[in-house]
Design a protein around this ligand. Structure first.
Ligand code: ADP
Length: 526
């Protein structure tokens, strides 16, 4: 039964069947100004954290954003669906009340409904309200009827709501609106019913807090589940990333234990992934560093040893010099100057060898082979009285350092002169075969024994026969070898003791185009 509103006095009670319808480095930095400054300050501790912490924070952040975004999307869609549902049901209520007013017959008694207030009462009596719903009957600007007892939502208990409802009900158009009061948060429908003389209005109220309670409960469960998920993600990420980064820590420990005194330690290479490739690359780098450091040490030892001899010789002669004997002074000064010249030449050679490990040791440029051959031949002729012959002359252009190749080639020619008799034949020539350039010097000198062939390339290495024949430091071929290697080539030697030797510089032709140009010219020649 419908209870009359206390302030409005007793009145007719109506009810109707109602259907409800439907989210710092050491260097000085330039000061960073503006928002960048703030960003740097915020991210600075992150930048100092370990890689493991940074990755975990990143995963944590990404997972949080994903969970919050999906939660917010679900919340917004659900909230919208709840509100749409409420509005659809309010629209249905309006349609039912209007239909009743148009028909003008009480469905229960079949009596005609003569007044708007009567229509309103009949409708309210027949209404079945859901939980969180309430209603008021307003007649001539005052609350006439309230919901029956047992209905939980009582709009009449919220004076602020009643005032707003009366204001909404004053007009002659139906409205659906949201009203927030100190006590609650409501969705409200007002439907005026009028016969021209009197006006009644239904105010149907839906408590949005009750309607949304289920959604909020779900969201709280979602938030708890998300928090647990995040903790699980963080724990698994901590373990997984630790496992993944272990090779990097091993790499770091291994590289930290390596210094210039001990370059023999190597990193353990496990598996076939990127990190094992990195470990292998570090090992290769260490191999190269070790070779370079050992080469430098050997060079220093050799230099110390080789320079000590001329210095000892100079010192010995100067100690024994008789300053009152002009002949002795002259003789000693000639000898000392000779030794000093030898030292200067030696230092020059050693510098060349030291430079050979630097990247700018050779600077290749397109070079005309024919011109280079003729120049070297001309310069060689001045090296000594020999029967100089031009054995062959390749034509074309290739990439090489003409100055360094000339230096190497002339060194071979100088050796040919040094280790051969006067007027013997020395042949100089160049040739292209396949993808290689051959630059050679052939002599009729003392030759080299088979067992010395490999050794003579080494620094300060000399054959016993050569030591008896001529003086030298044993650095010439080492420099030639460095120059040829810097061009990606090698030295080939063929020799017979007592008959002579052929030293050939074999240099690969660099690019396909140049090779072709050289070969074309060769074929043009024939
Ligand atoms: P150096 O000539 O000062 O001894 P090199 O490095 O030029 O130093 O030569 C190394 C060694 O190779 C020589 O000592 C000699 O034994 C051998 N050698 C080089 N060129 C010839 C050559 N044309 N004929 C015979 N032996 C040679």
């Amino acid at each position: 039964m419908y209870a009359p509103f206390a302030t409005a006095g007793p009145g007719p009670t109506t009810s109707s069947q109602h259907e409800w319808g439907p989210k710092g480095p050491k260097w000085k930095r330039e000061p960073i100004r503006g928002w960048h400054n703030g960003l740097v300050k915020v991210t600075a501790p992150f930048a100092r954290a370990t890689i493991r912490t940074r990755i975990i924070w990143t995963i944590f952040l990404v997972a949080s954003v994903a969970l919050v975004t999906s939660g917010a999307a679900v919340w917004m869609l659900d909230l919208r669906s709840i509100h749409d549902d409420i509005d659809n049901r309010l629209v249905l209520t309006r349609q039912e009340l209007r239909r009743l007013a148009e028909e003008g017959i009480d469905p229960a008694t079949k009596e005609p409904l003569t007044e708007p207030a009567q229509t309103l009462r009949v409708y309210m009596e027949r209404s079945v309200l859901g939980s969180g719903e309430g209603q008021l009957g307003v007649v001539e600007g005052a609350v006439q009827w309230v919901s029956a007892e047992g209905i939980v939502l009582r709009p009449e208990d919220d004076p602020e709501l009643v005032d707003r409802l009366l204001a909404e009900a004053e007009g002659d158009i139906s409205t659906i609106t949201t009203i927030d009061t100190a006590r609650g948060h409501y969705r409200v429908l007002t439907v005026p019913v009028t016969d021209g003389n009197t006006t009644a209005a239904l105010a149907r109220v839906v408590d949005l807090n009750t309607a949304e309670a289920g959604l909020w409960r779900t969201m709280r469960i979602y938030a708890s589940a998300a928090a647990v998920t995040m903790m699980l993600v963080a724990a698994l990420a901590w373990l997984g990333i630790g496992r993944l980064l272990r090779p990097i820590w091993e790499l770091r420990n291994a590289t930290e234990s390596i210094d210039e005194r001990d370059l023999t330690t190597r990193v353990r290479v496990r598996g076939h992934d990127d990190l094992s490739a990195l470990a292998a690359a570090v090992n290769h780098m260490l191999d190269r560093v070790q070779r370079a450091v050992e080469a430098q040490r050997e060079l220093l030892d050799d230099v110390g040893h080789e320079l000590r001899t001329p210095i000892t010789v100079v010192r010995g002669h100067l100690e024994l010099i008789d300053p009152d004997d002009p002949d002795d002074v002259k003789q000693t000064s000639e000898l000392v100057l000779d030794e000093l010249d030898r030292m200067v030449a030696l230092i020059g050679d050693l510098l060349d060898l030291a430079r050979s490990s630097q990247s700018d040791f050779v600077t290749p440029e397109p070079t005309d082979i024919e011109a280079l051959t003729l120049q070297v031949f001309d310069k060689s002729c001045a090296l000594g009285e020999r029967d100089w012959q031009l054995g062959g002359c390749a034509t074309g252009t290739t990439e090489l350092d003409p100055a360094r190749i000339t230096q190497a080639w002339l060194q071979l020619a100088a050796n040919a002169v040094k280790y051969s008799e006067e007027d013997s034949q020395v042949v100089i020539g160049s040739e292209i075969s396949g993808s290689e350039l051959f630059l050679w010097v052939e002599d009729e000198g003392i030759g080299i024994a088979q067992e010395d062939m490999e050794r003579i390339r080494l620094r300060f290495a000399r054959t016993a026969q050569a030591t008896r024949y001529a003086s030298g430091a044993g650095l010439g071929l080492s420099i030639v070898d460095s120059i040829v290697q810097a061009h990606g080539g090698r030295i080939a030697v063929s020799s017979e003791v007592g008959r002579g030797s052929v030293f050939t510089l074999r240099i690969p032709l660099t690019t396909a185009d140049e090779t072709r140009s050289v070969q074309l010219k060769e074929s043009d020649k024939t």
